[in-house]
Design a protein around this ligand. Sequence first.
Ligand code: ZN
Length: 161
Amino acid sequence: MHSKSLYQEVILDHNRKPRNYGTLEHSNHHAVGHNPLCGDRLEIALNLDGQNIDGIAFHGESCAICKASASMMTSVVKGKTRSDAEILIQEFRDMALGKLDPSGEHHLGRLTVFAGVRDLPTRVKCAILPWHTLHAALNSVNSISTEAADDPVHASVDSAS
Ligand code: ZN
């Protein structure tokens, strides 16, 4: 069911018409994420109302996979609580790194179309970057890089290759 064609269709659709692309009039958390290996750079702004993400937007220059991942991510986490978003961040990372079985129990829903990136090592960071940047924004870290020494995604990808 998570065929290559579905994956390509979703990526193309979100790349052509990215959801929540742009800036927010009111935001209280933001972060910039950078993936030097591909050249992806995106900024995520969100508005936390108490524990609730009541608005989120992204913009930047990125490849199709990164943009599609950001587009789907913003659609999914909008209206969710911060802790629900953190669960999704962890699950998405684990799935992209091949540590979560997409047919098992999780909260990812349609995001499982990205499960295939685990077989594309050069694309894993592209898919994870928006999630990693969201995590930074939620935790008031203003910029992250997939190549930073303390980057957990970087460490995992390296040890897997
Ligand atoms: Zn990329």
